[in-house]
Design a protein around this ligand. Sequence first.
Ligand code: PMP
Length: 465
Amino acid sequence: AQEGILRRQSARESAARTYARALPIVPVRARGMTIEGADGRRYLDCLSGAGTLALGHNHPVVLEAIRKVLDSEAPLHVLDLATPVKDDFTTELFRTLPSGLADRARIQFCGPAGTDAVEAALKLVRAATGRTGMLAFTGAYHGMTAGALEASGGAQDVRVARLPYPQDYRCPFGLGGEYGAELSARWTESLLDDTKSGVPAPAGMILEPVQGEGGVLPAPDAWLRRMREITAARGIPLIADEVQTGVGRTGAFWAVEHSGVVPDVMVLSKAIGGSLPLAVVVYRDDLDVWPPGSHAGTFRGNQLAMAAGTATLAYVRENDLTERAAALGARMLAQLRSLAAEHPCIGEVRGRGLMIGVELVDPTRGGAGPAAPAPATPIPAQGKAHASVPSGPDPDAPPRTTRPHPAAPELAATVQRECLRRGLIVELGGRHSSVVRLLPPLTITDEQAAAVLDRLADALAAAAR
Ligand code: PMP
């Protein structure tokens, strides 16, 4: 049966698929972290619906919440009417929000996907500020609709000024660490302050506290605080896209909490729906000036998703899964770093909580000698908003002594296949698809974590052979 399904699916389904397209499995049953294929094989799932399944597959509390709604004959679809199910969801969600936002938050339910909530956030800040341009970051992923794509850098000729996201290993300035982050902050300031930059005051800044699809890049806390100061001082709303980082994933309920930053707007999806489609934008009440009907969408009122979401949020909170993600994630990171010491093909291990990335590189190329000096304009100009971007590398900052090795996408694809052969599902990400991403459910046991690392280590050894 499995072969037939795979054959028919690959013949009928568009080549535009992305997630898991390379994985020749036909899942028929799943529980917790385990997926069973039509051929009876079992896999540990570190993809978790791209980070959606905070409690893993078919968690009993989620199933029970869904069944309860079904049995109650509550309407399953009500657009945006008030319902008890929605009231419970909003109450539980607001309970988790960072203080500073929770007490003055408004919520807009959006279409079922994260990208739709990103669109809503962009519209919201445009309406609130009367401005149009947006600030977004290199490597960002916000979704696949036109506005979200703009902010992700996939569209052309748009009013998005793209700023360098700080990262250590492939620092856009060739500096790394705090120096690179400092330059990113200075770059942002000069873009906003220098009249010569030609960038009109933007409607908002959107960022991921940890870039996920971009290759698992945690933003330094100090940098996030700088972004908060820079935007607050200029009346620019800060939008945190926590679609992937939310609900305990990074070891804080919301990833912005690590830095203490309180954003003006939060975009939430994935895990908040407890594995069913749900997306919302939550924001400070004084931004709520967009007129009625500004962001409609037929599927805003999915009661099953809200009930599954309430159960998930409450379970994470009541069972301290956030702390569990922090502690287990730190341990897994440390073990992966030891593994990196044995495998020169691991360029960097990074992450936060249970959002982990292993960047694979070609160790036979690059890596020696001083890093290439940062170009005067490291981010290529695109569209009008980028005219004459000022600033450059800080001449006082110490240069890196080594240069990162080139990314190894083919090796990463081989590792992904070798993982699958050993019963482990991992996703690839990053600009070159060379980062092995681990997004296990927060309910992962110590034994499962050990098995994930063992299988990954075996897969790496086999792939490097
Ligand atoms: N923002 C972030 C940070 C994401 O990771 C994603 C999805 N990977 C999205 C937005 C888009 O969400 P969706 O795929 O549900 O539209």
